[in-house]
Unconditional design. Structure first.
Length: 99
């Protein structure tokens, strides 16, 4: 039940707040997402892919994102990729997975 609630409510809130122009809201959303990845990634494979595409990549590629939004997103991504096992898991699950 907990996993279902996280998928239904928390991931949706992260999608909404993950592109917020208010730096503190974005920062907290990214921190929360990083915590979810570190501790629950086995249960949230699809949700992690959606958040990566619709928050991380969207903000980093968007000409409309502010420099602060891009900086906070890059810092969060750097933090995630500094964990070797996590970096490999992300590559295998979201870059190589054909499903």
């Amino acid at each position: 039940r907990f996993i279902a609630a996280v998928k239904q409510y928390l991931c949706l809130a992260l999608l909404k707040n993950g592109v917020c122009p208010v730096p503190r809201v974005l920062e907290l959303s990214l921190d929360l997402f990083m915590t979810l990845i570190e501790h629950m990634r086995d249960h949230l494979k699809n949700e992690i892919g959606v958040v990566f595409s619709n928050v991380f990549l969207l903000l980093l590629e968007s000409p409309n994102a502010s420099p602060e939004q891009k900086r906070l997103t890059a810092v969060a991504l750097r933090g995630l990729l500094s964990q070797p096992r996590l970096a490999v898991d992300l590559f295998v699950n979201y870059d190589c997975d054909v499903e």
